[in-house]
Write a protein that binds this ligand. Structure first.
Ligand code: HEC
Length: 103
């Protein structure tokens, strides 16, 4: 499948170019400029990934909730029109996993 190949290539390229950011999910986070409002540890306009992970600790539905939120965008908490992620479901799931595994 073409898309799978493209993703694999992107993964390989990212792994070569930047070992700290090693996958399509990290690429999308960079491309969509999520870090304008979120970073791993610092609260900016939005909460840090780590604080989101703490908020959802022990919540089995957290990954699904974040997946849906990122896929659909729109209202998130006090943010009236949260950014929607234009990417495949696998990539969006990977982003949710990155957020929830941050500390
Ligand atoms: C313009 C600023 C802005 C950008 C850009 C942005 N966010 Fe957010 N995001 C926010 C704010 C503000 C909140 C907190 C909303 C609240 O809980 O009141 C938030 C909340 C979240 C949450 C937690 C939601 C929850 O259920 O607690 C996640 C996950 C998230 N953002 C992911 C992302 C990702 C991934 C991107 C990039 C695709 C992104 N955000 C881009 C402002 C932003």
């Amino acid at each position: 499948m073409k898309l799978t190949l493209a993703l694999a290539a992107a993964f390989a390229a990212a792994a070569l170019a930047a070992p700290a950011y090693a996958g399509p999910a990290e690429d999308v986070i960079a491309k969509e400029k999520c870090n304008k409002c979120h970073t791993e540890k610092t609260t900016k306009k939005g909460p840090s990934w780590a604080s989101i992970a703490v908020k959802y600790k022990g919540n089995a539905g957290a990954a699904d909730k974040i997946f849906k939120q990122l896929k659909e965008g729109g209202k998130v908490g006090d943010e009236e029109d949260h950014k929607k992620v234009e990417a495949g479901d696998d990539v969006i799931k990977a982003i949710a996993a990155i957020v929830l595994s941050s500390k």
